[in-house]
Design a protein around this ligand. Structure first.
Ligand code: SF4
Length: 342
């Protein structure tokens, strides 16, 4: 176990490099003045371990804000996608000036120096970037937690390369049964996604299924839960977001309030039927013990500062979806200012 400890105004953020759990620890104790056994005792209050963990203490530049740096950054490294899904929330906007590979490396380097723990490569489709593996290894070399969101629309040779890369966490998009998924995403895409999920399971790489719930995919909530149970995956059910390019699918398949309640009830049902599966969802309003999306843990530092999203042109937003409302939430461009200044 490697625990990364980041110095903060209020104390420390602890991050389990491989397990991904983090803790915000308010304290006046000064860990850097303690010896190894005292620090291990301190860490034992937050993590269970049989053998002594490795740890490192990170000292980001002083920051008057609540957090010295985000916990995780989502990077849209590619302006392209290999699919044309009917529910895609990505903007129609053509990326005119994508960051170069070196530009992304410079950003990742800076984020590493600031003590950002996790990089997630997300849609468009990150794996179509010509230097995808090179950029991933750059993240791994800096001991950052590497996550990848993918539609898994690639052949078995590419699957194998991706498994051998050894990312810490992979999110695969699957939107229902084979029929539903292929109708939304294109013929053959379901089988590719499921076979990749199975390859991840064989390699014991942490995995999650992301499912967009529309009136088409709602009947498949149980199908997805069963697939997750069989492949040892977590699940995130996400509401259809009517943003991005206009399609008749988005117009007609969004969940009505009644279907939203049906989704809540379905999620409750699969939660009790598959106790070994972690369901991470917004459809959680009845649950006594909801598993929130990490950005929604409300009693800890401001969600908008814990995560962030960088577009392929280097524009920084608190999250991907805020791009849809125009420049109101655009914080700056990292190619022009660097991340720290923003
Ligand atoms: S939803 Fe994802 S996979 Fe589908 S077109 Fe959009 S970015 Fe590509």
């Amino acid at each position: 176990m490697l625990i990364r400890i980041r110095k903060e105004n209020f104390g420390y953020v602890l991050f389990d490099r491989h397990g991904r759990t983090h803790h915000f620890v308010k304290t006046d104790e000064v860990l850097e003045d303690k010896d190894r056994s005292e620090i291990v005792d301190f860490l034992g209050k937050y993590y269970a371990f049989d053998t002594e963990p490795e740890y490192e203490i990170l000292f980001p530049p002083k920051n008057a804000l609540e957090l010295a740096a985000p916990i995780a950054l989502y990077l849209e490294i590619s302006p392209m996608c290999n699919l044309h899904c009917q529910h895609c929330y990505k903007p129609v906007h053509i990326c005119k000036h994508p960051l170069s590979t070196q530009g992304f490396k410079d950003l990742i380097d800076e984020l590493s120096t600031l003590g950002v723990f996790e990089i997630r490569f997300c849609g468009n489709e990150p794996t179509v970037h010509p230097d995808f593996f090179e950029i991933c290894r750059f993240v791994q070399d800096r001991q950052m937690y590497l996550g990848i969101n993918t539609n898994a629309h690639f052949d078995s040779a590419f699957q194998q390369r991706l498994v051998e890369l050894g990312p810490d966490f992979v999110v695969v998009s699957i939107d229902g049964t084979e029929d539903t998924h292929d109708q939304i995403r294109g013929a053959g895409s379901y089988q590719l996604a499921v076979s990749f999920l199975q390859a991840l399971a064989r390699a014991n790489i942490k995995r999650r299924i992301n499912t967009v719930l529309s009136s088409d995919s709602l009947p498949a909530v149980r199908h997805i839960a069963k697939l997750a149970d069989e492949t040892g995956s977590d699940v995130s059910y996400l509401p259809l977001r009517p943003i991005g390019k206009a399609t008749s699918f988005k117009k007609n398949r969004a969940l009505t309030p009644e279907l939203m309640m049906a989704a809540v009830n379905e999620v409750m049902e699969v939660r009790s039927r598959y106790p070994n599966v972690t369901f991470l969802t917004y459809f959680d309003i009845y649950s006594a013990k909801p598993t929130y999306h990490h950005s929604l843990v409300l009693n800890e530092p401001c969600p908008a500062r814990k995560n962030g999203f960088v577009t392929c042109e280097g524009d920084f937003y608190p999250c991907d979806f805020l791009r849809a409302v125009g420049n109101r939430f655009l914080c700056g461009n990292i190619a022009q200012s660097g991340f720290w200044k923003i």
